[in-house]
Design a protein around this ligand. Sequence first.
Ligand code: SAM
Length: 373
Amino acid sequence: MFDSDMSMKDATAPGAAGATGLPPTQLLARNIDRIQGTHLLLLGVPNDPAVVPLFRSQSGVLLSFDYSAHLLQARQVRDSGAGLTPVFTADYPPPAPRHDVVVAYLQKGKEANDCLLALAGSVVSPGGRVFLVGENSAGIKPYAAKLEERIGPVEFADAARHCVLYEARATETRAAVRLEEWEKRFHVAAGIGGIDVVTLPGVFSHGRLDEGTALLLRHLPTDIQGAVLDFGCGSGVIGATIQSLHPDCQVSLVDSNAFALVAAQRTFGANGLTPHAIRPVDGIDGVGDQKFDLIVSNPPFHQGIGTDYTVVSRFLESCVQHLTDDGVLLMVANRFLPYERMIPKAMPVSLVTEDAKFKVLKGRINRSGRARR
Ligand SMILES: C[S@@+](CC[C@H](N)C(=O)[O-])C[C@H]1O[C@@H](n2cnc3c(N)ncnc32)[C@H](O)[C@@H]1O
């Protein structure tokens, strides 16, 4: 096993949630008197337990792109009777009537934020207000100009806790966001004739193949069969490559990011492939009792901007339970990540290959005692 402190997120790191929530929510809390609407939208809400208590007396929609945030907030809404409807989606059409107040949380990455502001602009009513909140370290300041462009006149509202809050007033009704306009596509040579990969803003390695994933794809086993799980599928590039090379496999893909799930669906569609399942999970436990012949992954080791081993440590611990008797785990990781030490002893692990930055690891439990591939 591994040092227990590695699974903990550093509570003093920027963005860590304290007793009163994440810093952006704390800034919203001290401005709550001006953030009152009759049909509120909380947009791109992070995994922060302080959000539902802060807005519980208002009615509207609480939209998260992160399934772990969504599960937490759906539970809090149910338990507290808050007037908010929790929604997990990347595709939110303008409701009728549109929202009079939108509170958007800054996301990670320029394109994800451009898309966030376009979405905010498309669902707010003319004369309605859009608040944008985020941390200085996440680069909120340049977004004042973008807010003006996408929504209308912007006012600086407040700054504290290393965060800024802007308020913009919507000048017009804007058309619905069409996600296909935000897609980027690229071709990957692996697979029968290669595959086309569709990505969206906010999806890992948007618009290009990650170098670690490329190394993994070059070292896929040739004899894959049965049930395959692509854990943390992102754009679906690994699962779609396997499905294209081994059409008889049942490939399931899971991720916690709403844009990733749409992208994975579109990657399969773009190549005329049909997945066994594509669905949201918060960690490997979300797959339930299902067992797989192969679990393949480029697993996450970040939450926000900091390194966080919570998801990957649970993934490595639980993999054994989700593999068939002769099942194989194949994963790629940055070379500095100590995954060999985190994989339970019940699953001997070997190095398949490595380059200057990445390593591909293979774990196999071999409960069947059959000869090893
Ligand atoms: C390093 S990326 C790999 C993406 C894709 N497989 C590739 O190789 O391009 C890790 C993925 O794990 C997903 N992820 C993060 N936390 C997760 C969680 N709790 N449960 C499931 N997936 C998660 C991220 O959204 C991201 O798509």
